[in-house]
Ligand binder design. Structure first.
Ligand code: 3PG
Ligand code: MG
Length: 419
C-alpha cells in the first residue's frame, strides 16, 4: 500500500516530528569530532528544504551508535547539528535531550521554517524498547510525523513505530520523507520487474545474512555472482578445503540448497574460480577495539579451488574479476550488496574496486540500472570516487537487506496509507 509523502501534506505552522537516520561514522581528529561520511545527512536535505518551504517547524530526531540507554558524550548528535547548519546555510538549534521541559520550551518558541535537532534517542533505553510512555513523551512536541530514516525503518522503536502510532491515534498524519520514498522506489518498485539480464552481485562475510535475499532473488535474477568470505561457505559445501578462510560450517545445508535451487531454476550462479589468499599472523599490536592486529603474509593469487591449511581467502582473483565484469557488462539491471573481499585492506581491495568500476561503466555506457544495497558496497563505491556513477545507492544497511528479503518494515507500515 503506497504511503502518504511530504508532497501530499501541508506542514504550514505545524510542528513536524521528523525522524532521520543520522547514524553517521564519526572520528576524532586533532581533538575535533569529524563526520567521515555525511551521505545520510546530505540525502535528507531535499525533505528538510521541502518542509521548510511549506513553513513547518522541524523537530529532527535520530540515533547515533548503540549507547544502550546511557548518556555517552562521544555519541552526542551535537556535531551533526553543526554540520547540518553548514549544509543548509541556516541555523539549526540543538537541545541536549530528546524529551522533557527543555525540548518542549524550545519547540514552543519555534517559527515556521525553524529547525531543531534533539539529542540521541538511544540515550534512553525506552527508545529501543518501543516504550509506550516514552513515545507519548516524544510525541508531545508533534503535530505531524514524517519518517525519512529508511536506514532505521527495520527497527520497531519508539521514534519509528511508537510515535507515529500516537500521532495516528490523535487523528494526525504520518508521512514518508523524500529519501524514504526514493529508497522504497528503487529497492522495491524498480526491482519488482527488473529488465533482463538482471545480475545480482552478493558479497560480505556471511551466507546466513544473505540467504533469504538469495532465495528471493533466485526467482528474478538471470545471474548471481558471489564474492566475499561467504563464497567459502559455498566452497566448503562443495567439498573443497577452505583453510583459515572465514566460513559458516553450520550453514552448509543452506549453501547447498541455494546451489540446488539455482540449478533447478536455470539461474547462472557463479562462485570465484580463483582468489587472493594470504597467511594471517597475529601481532602484538592491538586495534581500536582491543583485538590483536592481524598481519597478512605471503599474499598471492590461488587458482586451486582448495585453500592451503595455513592460508585464508581474502579477495576474488584476476580470472574471477574478468568473468564477473563480463557478466556485469551485459546486464540491464544490477543489484549489488556486499564487498568481494577484505576491501578495507588495500592488498585485498582490487576485487571490490574492479566490480565497482564495472558497475559504474555499464551504468554510464549502456544505460543499465544499477542499485547498490547499502553498507560496505556504498563505502567502496564512494572510496573509488564512483558514487555518482550508479543509478541509486541505498542509505540503509540492515534495512535494505530486510526490505530486499520482502519483510515489512515497521517504520514504513506505521505511516499513513495514501487514499
Ligand atoms: C544502521 O546504521 O544500520 C541504522 O542506523 C540502524 O542502526 P542499528 O543497526 O544500530 O539499529
Ligand atoms: Mg545496522
Amino acid at each position: 500500500m503506497p504511503k502518504l509523502s511530504v508532497n501530499d501534506i501541508n506542514a504550514r505552522g505545524k510542528r513536524v516530528f521528523l525522524r532521520v537516520d543520522y547514524n553517521v561514522p564519526l572520528e576524532e581528529k586533532d581533538g575535533q569530532i569529524v563526520i567521515t561520511d555525511e551521505t545520510r545527512i546530505v540525502e535528507t536535505l531535499p525533505t528538510l528544504k521541502r518542509l521548510c518551504e511549506q513553513g513547518g517547524k522541524l523537530i529532527l530526531t535520530a540515533h547515533l551508535g548503540r549507547p544502550k540507554g546511557t548518556r555517552d558524550p562521544s555519541l552526542s548528535l551535537r556535531p551533526v547539528a553543526v554540520r547540518l547548519a553548514e549544509l543548509l546555510h541556516r541555523p539549526v538549534a540543538f537541545v541536549d535531550d530528546c524529551i522533557g521541559e527543555k525540548v518542549e520550551k524550545t519547540a514552543g518558541i519555534m517559527q515556521p521554517g525553524d529547525l531543531l535537532l534533539l539529542e540521541n534517542l538511544r540515550f534512553y533505553k525506552e527508545e529501543e524498547e518501543n516504550d509506550a510512555a516514552f513515545a507519548e513523551k516524544l510525541a508531545r512536541v508533534a503535530d505531524l510525523y514524517v519518517n525519512d530514516a529508511f536506514g532505521a525503518a527495520h527497527r520497531a522503536h519508539a521514534s519509528t513505530e511508537g510515535v507515529p502510532r500516537v500521532i495516528a491515534k490523535r487523528g494526525g498524519t504520518c508521512a514518508a520523507g523524500l529519501l524514504m520514498e526514493r529508497e522504497l522506489k528503487f529497492l522495491g518498485e524498480e526491482l519488482e520487474r527488473p529488465a533482463a539480464p538482471f545480475v545480482v552481485i552478493l558479497g560480505g562475510a556471511k551466507v546466513s545474512d544473505k540467504i533469504t535475499v538469495i532465495e528471493r532473488l533466485l526467482e528474478k535474477a538471470q545471474t548471481i555472482l558471489i564474492g566475499g568470505a561467504m563464497a567459502y561457505t559455498f566452497r566448503l559445501a562443495q567439498g573443497y578445503k577452505t583453510g583459515k578462510s572465514l566460513v559458516e560450517a553450520d550453514k552448509l545445508d543452506v549453501a547447498k540448497s541455494a546451489l540446488a535451487k539455482a540449478k533447478e531454476r536455470g539461474v547462472k550462479f557463479l562462485l570465484p574460480s580463483d582468489d587472493v589468499i594470504a597467511t594471517p599472523v597475529k601481532t602484538d599490536k592491538l586495534d581500536k577495539k582491543g583485538k590483536p592486529v592481524i598481519e597478512y603474509q605471503n599474499v598471492r593469487v590461488n587458482t586451486d579451488m582448495n585453500c592451503p591449511d595455513d592460508s585464508a581467502g581474502l579477495d576474488i582473483g584476476p580470472t574471477t574479476i574478468k568473468a564477473y565484469s563480463a557478466e556485469i557488462r551485459t546486464s540491464k539491471t544490477i543489484l549489488w550488496n556486499g564487498p568481494m573481499g577484505l576491501f578495507e585492506n588495500k592488498q585485498f581491495a582490487e576485487g571490490t574496486n574492479a566490480i565497482a568500476r564495472a558497475v559504474a561503466e555499464v551504468t554510464q555506457q549502456s544505460g543499465a540500472k544499477s542499485i547498490i544495497g547499502g553498507g560496505d558496497s556504498v563505502k567502496a563505491l564512494n572510496k573509488a570516487g564512483l558514487g555518482n556513477q550508479v543509478t541509486f545507492m541505498s542509505t540503509g544497511g540492515g534495512a535494505s537487506l530486510e526490505f530486499l528479503e520482502g519483510k515489512g518494515l515497521p517504520g514504513v507500515s506505521a505511516l499513513t496509507d495514501k487514499k
